[in-house]
Design a protein. Structure first.
Length: 175
C-alpha cells in the first residue's frame, strides 16, 4: 500500500502530466512535433522529456535497491537543496536538461507517449508500494543538480518539473 502522502503527491504529478496531454491533444499531429519556437522543443518533445525524467528517476531508485546501497537520512541539507530546486522550477529561469534526459527524439504520437507515461506510473506505484517507514526518512534519490533528496521531495520535484514544462507549452501554443 502506498503511503497516503506519497499518493497525494503522485496524484498531483499525474494531474499536471494529464494537463500536458490535453494541451498536446489540442494540436494536430504535425504541430505536436513542431518546435514551439525556433530552437525550442515541440510539445511532443516536452512531454517526452517530462516522462523520461520520471523513467530516469525510477531507473536510479530501482538500481539503488538492487545494489542494496545505503542511503543517508534526509535532513535539513536535503530540505534546503530540494527547496532551492523547487524555487528554481517556479521562477522563469532556463535550465539545460541533463544529457540523460535531453535526447527527446523528433516524432512522437499521443498514443506512444500515453503508453510510455503509463509504464512509468506503474513503476512509480510499485516502488512506492514497497517502501518501508524507514525508507521514507532516507534521501533515496540523487538529483543531478540538487543532490540527494527524499522520496517526498522527489515526488514534489516531478510535479513541479512537469508544471514548469506545462507553462512552457501553454505559452508556446498561446493557451
Amino acid at each position: 500500500m502506498i503511503y497516503s502522502r506519497y499518493q497525494q503527491k503522485l496524484n498531483r504529478y499525474e494531474t499536471i502530466v494529464n494537463e500536458l496531454f490535453l494541451a498536446a491533444e489540442r494540436q494536430s499531429a504535425s504541430a505536436l512535433n513542431t518546435p514551439l519556437q525556433e530552437g525550442k522543443w515541440s510539445t511532443g518533445q516536452q512531454l517526452f522529456h517530462v516522462i523520461r525524467v520520471s523513467e530516469v528517476t525510477m531507473d536510479y531508485l530501482e538500481y539503488k535497491i538492487q545494489q542494496q546501497a545505503a542511503a543517508p537520512k534526509a535532513g535539513i541539507s536535503s530540505f534546503v537543496r530540494s527547496t532551492l530546486l523547487n524555487i528554481a522550477l517556479i521562477l522563469p529561469i532556463k535550465f539545460k536538461a541533463p544529457a540523460i534526459t535531453a535526447a527527446v527524439g523528433e516524432d512522437h504520437t499521443i498514443s506512444d507517449l500515453t503508453g510510455y507515461h503509463q509504464q512509468q506510473i506503474i513503476r512509480i506505484k510499485a516502488y512506492l508500494g514497497q517502501m518501508t517507514a524507514a525508507d521514507r526518512k532516507k534521501a533515496l534519490f540523487k538529483h543531478p543538480r540538487a543532490g540527494r533528496i527524499s522520496m517526498d521531495q522527489t515526488l514534489r520535484f516531478l510535479a513541479l518539473h512537469a508544471r514548469h514544462h506545462l507553462k512552457q507549452v501553454n505559452k508556446g501554443i498561446n493557451i
